[in-house]
Design a protein around this ligand. Structure first.
Ligand SMILES: Cc1cc2nc3c(=O)[nH]c(=O)nc-3n(C[C@H](O)[C@H](O)[C@H](O)COP(=O)(O)OP(=O)(O)OC[C@H]3O[C@@H](n4cnc5c(N)ncnc54)[C@H](O)[C@@H]3O)c2cc1C
Length: 610
């Protein structure tokens, strides 16, 4: 350990720093440790509490254990599911690599459910087809309905065996990106003691997960606050495709816990107040197993048009009474537990009340299929951010485009966690020496922490740049502002959007930014351990919220999860492109979709019906 004279903050040196201990971070860490590199993993929670642990349904791979299948059909479904916004080179790469990563997991110890013949069990999931849009495929490999739990425990144990160094319950604050654009590590602090550390690393991987906490009701863990996406934005890197946020059709009404698509995969159906299986009208062929954006819009429409169920007509029923109760117990034990605990019902006997609930961040840090972070350049070419990599839900590769298929995210984190690690290994072999971190970068990151740690009572925050009085919000605090932010996003950037509602949301967010600054400078309550974390998370959430809503305002079309009531059609002529939001501007830029796969023909955009 060394100290930098001017800051007195201890410095730890590693070949690779991985920020995030979910599936993406741990897969990458294991790959790096297997190459005998010195790896540090930082996680703000105990690694096996990362959100990956909550994944229920499973991971997609065309193993063909139940029905005929191959990776090319999987690729077609993913491109169509993405509403043609996914990059087809990355999608081909992911679908081809899928069987291998699943077998790697199996050999590392993941206890996948089995068929009678001993092969890995595979269930049906939404948007899966055989033969390019034909019959339903069964492509999702599962460990009952606790797949993420099994994967995360296995990867953690394997990392312990390889002596990966864990900074558990440490919070990463900001990246060090020097003037030439290279990333050299990050500033972090121990949540319990507040002790700050500098991690000086030759390569850094962001694997911080999604930003589900943007919305009031969501299926995500409290820790999913988009820290990595915000860190990248503060380092000058744009956020890509943030307007595409997935609403899962079946969150428990009013509570938000996820009821996995596995329930419909095992035979569950959606019913409105008239007892009608309404998905037959919206998706005559795939019905309840249509793509998530399609099913969420259908549920929201049924509720809006007065066919919702219950006293307030604010949900629909998910009915399992045609599924054998033994199947429910064996294949869906976790979901049965959820229903018994939070609703007091056995789903084999009573229907589950469900509504669309914020679930998955399709957008994120722009990266390529090698896990490298990429920056647009003036002439529409791309350059690589040296030393920085991104994988998992915080990254936008983009394999999910405008809408992710169920079971493809666990696949994404494994495939691109591994790909990023392989790129890092190559880079490390070519760049054997640590570079000096600019003192200025360290000071800046420390100043951001100090802002909350040492409230500055001398700053006059009630006068703005135009010499006008700002309203003073006496009762503001971090928790209250976080609640308001999540309500703004729920009210202004949900399943159905339009110009005026989005613009109003932006105005409210701008006010909220000012209030966050005020609280940062003047909150006299002691900011320590978890309170300090919540304050920094609030800032990260606010930056991600702005990226999401501004990108949504400027995309004048409906595609995948982004539905504009005022622009109901998809517009390939003007918007078959990725949006890029830089925090320094209020208008997104755009870049082309990679429509050219690696070895096969392009799937050109078509009307998307299920
Ligand atoms: C309820 C639920 C069920 C799901 N089911 C499925 C499914 O069946 N199949 C499927 O394919 N996908 C599913 N998904 C999606 C999938 O689980 C996630 O997209 C995926 O697990 C994300 O993994 P990750 O490694 O990117 O991030 P996460 O698992 O979210 O991990 C993020 C890590 O980053 C760390 N971190 C974040 N910020 C900081 C910071 N500032 N400092 C230090 N550490 C930080 C956290 O501590 C954590 O370790 C589900 C998601 C949810 C919410």
């Amino acid at each position: 350990m060394a100290f930098l004279n001017h800051s007195k903050v201890p410095v730890h040196r590693f070949d690779a720093l991985i920020i995030g201990a979910g599936g993406a971070g741990l897969k990458a860490a294991l790959q790096l440790a297997n190459a005998d590199l010195k790896v540090a993993v930082i996680s703000k929670v105990f690694p096996t509490r990362s959100h990956t642990v909550a994944a229920q349904g499973g991971v997609n791979a065309a193993l063909a254990n139940v029905n005929d299948d191959n990776w090319h059909w999987h690729m077609f479904d993913t491109v169509k599911g993405s509403d043609y916004l996914g990059d087809q080179d990355a999608i081909e790469y992911m679908c081809r690599a899928a069987p291998q990563v699943v077998y790697e997991l199996e050999h590392s110890g993941v206890p996948f459910s089995r068929l009678k013949n001993g092969k890995i069990y595979q269930r049906k999931f939404g948007g899966q087809s055989q033969n390019f849009g034909g019959g339903q495929a069964a492509r999702t490999c599962a460990a009952a309905d606790r797949t993420g739990h099994a994967i995360l425990q296995t990867l953690y144990q394997q990392n312990l065996r390889k002596q990966t160094h864990f900074f558990t319950e440490y919070f990463a604050v900001d990246l060090f990106r020097n003037k030439s654009g290279q990333v050299l590590g990050a500033l972090a602090f121990c949540i319990e003691t507040g002790e700050r550390i500098i991690i000086d690393a030759r390569t850094t991987l962001l694997a911080t997960g999604g930003v589900g906490q943007l919305f009031k009701t969501c299926t995500n863990a409290l820790i999913n606050t988009g820290d990595g996406i915000a860190m990248a934005m503060r380092a000058g890197i744009p956020a890509q495709d943030m307007e595409f946020f997935q609403f899962h059709p079946t969150g428990i009404a009013g509570k938000g816990m996820l009821i996995s698509e596995a329930v419909r995969g095992e035979g569950g159906i959606l019913i409105n107040s008239e007892g009608e299986r309404f998905m037959e009208r919206y998706a005559p062929s795939a019905k309840d197993l249509a793509s998530r954006d399609v099913v969420s819009r259908a549920v929201a429409t049924e509720i809006q048009e007065g066919r919702g169920c219950g006293e307030n007509k604010d949900h629909v029923w998910l009915n399992l009474d045609n599924v054998d109760p033994e199947t429910v117990k064996k294949r869906l034990p976790g979901i049965r537990d959820l229903c018994l605990t939070f609703l007091g019902i056995d789903p084999a006997e009573e229907a589950i009340p469900v509504t669309p609930t914020a679930h998955y961040t399709m957008g994120g840090i722009p990266s390529n299929r090698h896990g490298q972070v990429i920056m647009p350049t003036q002439n529409h070419a791309e350059s690589i951010v040296l030393g920085l990599y991104a994988a998992g839900e915080c990254a936008c590769v983009s394999v999910h485009g405008a809408n992710r298929l169920g079971g493809n995210s666990l696949l994404d984190i494994l495939v691109f966690g591994r790909a990023a690690a392989n790129s890092m290994i190559e880079y490390l072999s070519e760049n054997p020496y640590h570079k000096t971190i600019d003192a200025e970068l360290i000071d800046q990151a420390i100043a951001r922490l100090d802002r909350w740690d040492k409230p500055n009572n001398n700053v006059n925050r009630s006068i703005n740049a135009n010499d006008q009085e700002e309203p003073v919000y006496q009762n503001d605090n971090v928790a209250l502002l976080r609640d308001e932010l999540r309500k703004i996003m729920e009210d202004h950037c949900s399943v159905f959007r339009n110009e005026s509602v989005l613009q109003e949301g932006i105005d409210k967010l701008e006010q909220l930014f000012k209030r966050i600054n005020t609280v940062a400078l003047h909150d006299h309550s002691k900011i320590f351990n978890t309170a300090r974390v919540e304050a920094l998370e609030l800032e990260n959430l606010a930056e991600c919220a702005m990226a999401t809503i501004v990108s949504a305002l400027h995309r004048h079309e409906s595609r995948g999860a982004h539905t504009r009531m005022d622009y109901p059609d998809r517009d390939d002529k003007n918007y078959l492109k990725h949006s890029l939001y830089f925090s320094s501007t209020d208008q997104p830029e755009y870049k082309a979709v990679k429509t050219q796969p690696i070895t096969v023909d392009t799937f050109p955009p078509k009307e998307r019906v299920y």
